[in-house]
Design a protein around this ligand. Structure first.
Ligand SMILES: C[S@@+](CC[C@H](N)C(=O)[O-])C[C@H]1O[C@@H](n2cnc3c(N)ncnc32)[C@H](O)[C@@H]1O
Ligand SMILES: [Zn+2]
Length: 296
């Protein structure tokens, strides 16, 4: 990643938003110090030592899973974790079909079969995916925050010349990187905290965060960071199955958007999203989707 100038024009220190300089196995902010570079993945979180210590076992097993457990990467994780570690897992939230990028199996035949098939068809044509697809422009730099299994990374790599795939989970970042089409787009995988986006101010044309804002402790800090990171006419797409953000008041998200001084371009609600865990286990959500612009 270190030879790709665009990456270091787009990424910034998550603490001071200052410039980052890549060195071997590290990325350095002159003011705040070093961040790990694990192969191609930059770990740009406000407390990189805490992240390495907390997820130590999960980081090493993820690196091994994706064939990236080089001696240097393991050494960097050990050095940042400073000997202490807890066996915390990444909060990965995806079905096996989402991970493999495969169409889910049809539901078991019975009285609900036809209804579920028509709901699946509706989710394809009028669900959150269609909303996002409609709003994603061809652009220079897109950032996917909370990429999860990366089911949108492929679309974004088709529309953006440069794509940052980001998540708090290293496994999700690896997964997003696999799903993005690197033949079409240059991809930078970054471990990040949505509440402290490691992006240069005014750098991004597009920021997409699907089903993330509702799991954050600091959704306002995230939206303020989105505004800061967007170009003047940049666009942000946010979807969530819980616009109340845990408060019970569905107006909560829109009111935070206004407080963050993002201009709401379109808000639609009740978009069907069907998640198939198995032919007998389906989850249905009704999603709110927001398209926003940075106000000049
Ligand atoms: C419900 S999943 C959504 C994944 C994907 N966007 C989708 O729609 O299927 C939420 C994702 O947000 C990530 N996440 C949770 N907290 C985060 C944070 N503070 N910063 C960045 N990503 C975070 C999780 O690791 C997870 O991948
Ligand atoms: Zn800094």
């Amino acid at each position: 990643m270190s030879d790709r100038a665009w990456v270091w024009r787009a990424l910034a220190c998550p603490r001071c938003h200052g410039r980052l300089v890549p060195a071997q196995n590290l990325v350095r902010c002159e003011r705040c110090g070093p961040y790990p570079l694990l192969g191609e993945v930059a770990v740009l979180v406000p407390d990189p030592a805490g992240w390495c210590a907390t997820f130590y076992d999960a980081i090493l097993s993820t690196l091994a899973e994706y064939g990236a457990a080089s001696r240097e990467a393991v050494h960097v994780v050990q050095a940042f974790a400073q000997g202490s570690h807890e066996p915390a897992r990444f909060g990965d939230d995806w079905t096996e079909f989402e991970r493999r990028g495969e169409a889910p199996p049809a539901p078991v035949k019975g009285p609900a079969h036809a209804t579920l098939l028509s709901l699946e068809a509706l989710a394809r044509t009028d669900g959150p995916a269609a909303f996002v697809e409609r709003h994603v422009p061809s652009c220079e730099l897109a950032v996917e925050v909370g990429c999860g299994a990366g089911h949108r990374s492929e679309l974004l790599s088709q529309r953006a010349r440069h794509l940052v795939v980001g998540d708090w989970s290293l496994r999700a970042v690896m997964q997003g990187q696999v799903r993005a089409n690197r033949a079409l787009s240059a991809v930078a995988p970054v471990v990040m905290d949505a509440a402290a986006l490691p992006l240069v101010s005014g750098a991004a044309d597009l920021l997409v965060a699907e089903n993330v804002v509702d799991v954050l402790d600091e959704p306002l800090a995230f939206l303020e960071g989105v505004r800061r990171a967007l170009k003047k006419k940049g666009r942000a797409l946010v979807t969530t199955p819980d616009p109340s953000l845990g408060s019970g008041d569905d107006a909560a998200l829109a009111s935070l958007v206004a407080r963050a001084r993002l201009k709401l371009v379109e808000r639609v609600d009740g978009l069907p999203w069907l998640r198939t865990n198995s032919p007998r286990h389906l989850e249905a959500y009704l999603v709110q989707a927001l398209a926003m612009r940075r106000q000049a």
